[in-house]
Every structure is written in structure tokens, then in C-alpha cells.
Design a protein around this ligand. Structure first.
Ligand code: PRP
Ligand code: ZN
Length: 295
């Protein structure tokens, strides 16, 4: 048995923390969530957790202070564009939570019809690199004014004319008399890793964890769907089931023309899916959650 442990960086508190803790929990890992602690040890696997500010995560992973990390694409991409590290962390995969948008926002009384309106303006942002890249793409000459926080107050303080900031519900903009006018970058949680090869021991822990993460992600939308249907409708129903492989067909006692169809649907099953199935002749439709799945 090797003594090696995989070190994972996650956000201590903020947009990503809840989802990151949930994901690791769904992977069967228990982490104590002591508010003052920066460091947590996982019991079930040789894994250590470091709780950091989101902005520090790409650098910690790049510098080999951590092996992997969960960070917002917004933060990762901003630091990549800045070129702060000689050997930046590598993207592994997106994780489907903590979605948000970096948006250009203007005072509510602006009639914004095109990015050319920003010509010569000052834009307050914590994401100067992403903002400049977007301005360049749009062919606009404007100045990004870097602020570490409270970006939304900049227009009122006359430090800037507009802002480019993260929006999720839009409440912050609204409360500050601003409205979103253009999407600069769409973001979600991203798994990153150190660019160097892991030792064999570490690689094994990493592979095992990744297998679990993949299992969690694929089972997230997945449902076990059961229904009764006329034998003649099997083909039409099978084609209709969202993201299902070959379903299981079972005889129904006493009714030779009817069967039970059981299938694992890997994509979301909505109410209108059920309504369509019903139109195809299905009855007694049940949709059950799937807790775990491994290919
Ligand atoms: C962003 C942004 C706003 C808030 C917007 O901050 O700067 O404060 O989120 O969210 P809303 O649209 O739901 O009101 P963030 O959470 O990224 O914090 P940080 O800059 O401290 O990391
Ligand atoms: Zn932050």
C-alpha cells in the first residue's frame, strides 16, 4: 500500500463550494466542513481536501501545491489569458454545476443596441483579460478598469461607465440600477489537474476518483423508466426513450398482447416525454431515480 494521497483544491465558500462538496459526497467521500479549517482529510480514499479562494485554485494546481481542483471556467480562463503560469493546470472536464455568465451590464436607462456603443468607455471588471478579449473580438476600443470586488457600484461612483461582471440570478445588477446587455463568457464548474504526470500511486487514486465522478455525472439525469405497452408499440416507444440503450421487455401474465418495458434513460425525462409515451399506447408509466451507475 502506498502512502500517497491525492490533493484536491475546492472553493472554501462561494458559488462553487456547495456543488463541489455535493459532488465529492456523491462520490462516497465524507469531508468534515469545519468553517475555520483550510484542510480536510477524506476517510474513504487516500485524498486530502484544501479549501481555498476560487481565484487561488488554478495557481495552486499549476504549482503542484494540489494535484487537482474544481474551479469556475471564468476564473480558469481569466488566469489562462493573463498567462500567469509557465505551466498552467490542464482542463479535465466540465462538471455541470455553478453555471453563470460574465456579462456586460449598463445603466438601466441606456438604450444598448450594439457593442460599438462602448467605444471610448470605461468598463469596471474583475475579469480584465476576458473583457479585453471580447472587446477585441467585437472590434471596440474601450478601457477595462480592474476592480477586485464591488464592481457593480463603479458606475454610481463614476469610476466607470459600465461593468463586466458575473451574473447568476441578476439580483446584484438589478439592485444597482444596471441591466445585462451582452454575454461575454459562459461558465460552469471545471475539473483541472496539474500538468505533470502523476506517480503511479497518485494516478491510481485519480483514476478511481474520476471513474466515480463520471458515474455521478452520468447518473445525474438518468432515470429508470418502467411502463406497460402494447407489444406492437415496442419499437416506437424504444425509439422515443431519451438516451436509452436496448430496453428490457417482459411478458405480462395473462395478457399476450401487452408487455412491460424497462429502460435506463440517460437524458432528462420530462412531463412531455411521458405524455408522448402515453400517446404511443404506454400506461402505468413509472420514472425512478438512479442513485449510482458505473459502465
Ligand atoms: C458575482 C458578482 C456578484 C454576484 C452576482 O460575485 O460579482 O456579486 O456574483 O450574482 P447574482 O446575479 O445572483 O446577483 P462572485 O460570486 O463571483 O464572487 P467573487 O467575485 O467574490 O468570487
Ligand atoms: Zn472569487
Amino acid at each position: 500500500m502506498s502512502e500517497e494521497r491525492l490533493r484536491i483544491a475546492i472553493q472554501k465558500s462561494g458559488r462553487l463550494s456547495e456543488g463541489s462538496f455535493d459532488l465529492l459526497k456523491s462520490c462516497g467521500l465524507t469531508i468534515s466542513r469545519d468553517k475555520d479549517k483550510l484542510y480536510g482529510r477524506v476517510r474513504e480514499m487516500p485524498i486530502d481536501i484544501l479549501l481555498l479562494r476560487d481565484d487561488d485554485i488554478p495557481e495552486f494546481v499549476a504549482d503542484d501545491a494540489c494535484d487537482i481542483g474544481i474551479v469556475g471556467q471564468n476564473v480558469f480562463e481569466e488566469e489562462r489569458l493573463e498567462g500567469a503560469q509557465d505551466k498552467p493546470a490542464q482542463e479535465v472536464m466540465t462538471l455541470g454545476f455553478a453555471r453563470c455568465q460574465l456579462m456586460l451590464a449598463a445603466p438601466k436607462d441606456w438604450t444598448f443596441d450594439s457593442p460599438t456603443m462602448l467605444e471610448g468607455k470605461r468598463i469596471a471588471t474583475s475579469y480584465p483579460a476576458l473583457t479585453r478579449a471580447w472587446l477585441e473580438k467585437e472590434g471596440v476600443n474601450a478601457r477595462a478598469v480592474t476592480m477586485k470586488g464591488s464592481v457593480e457600484v463603479a458606475p454610481r461612483l463614476k469610476i466607470a461607465d459600465t461593468v463586466c461582471d458575473i451574473v447568476s440570478t441578476g439580483a446584484t445588477l438589478d439592485a444597482n440600477g444596471l441591466k445585462p446587455v451582452a454575454n461575454v463568457f459562459s461558465s460552469e464548474a471545471l475539473l483541472i489537474r496539474n500538468a505533470n504526470a502523476f506517480t503511479q500511486g497518485k494516478q491510481e487514486i485519480y483514476d478511481a476518483l474520476l471513474k466515480r465522478i463520471n458515474g455521478v455525472l452520468t447518473s445525474r439525469d438518468a432515470k429508470y423508466v418502467m411502463m406497460n405497452a402494447p407489444r406492437s408499440a415496442i419499437e416506437a416507444i424504444t425509439e422515443f426513450l431519451p438516451g436509452a440503450d436496448a430496453p428490457t421487455i417482459l411478458e405480462l401474465a395473462g395478457s399476450p398482447d401487452k408487455v412491460a418495458i424497462h429502460a435506463v434513460c440517460r437524458e432528462s425525462v420530462f412531463w412531455n416525454t411521458l405524455e408522448e409515451l402515453k400517446k404511443l399506447g404506454a400506461s402505468a408509466i413509472l420514472v425512478l431515480p438512479i442513485e449510482k451507475m458505473m459502465a
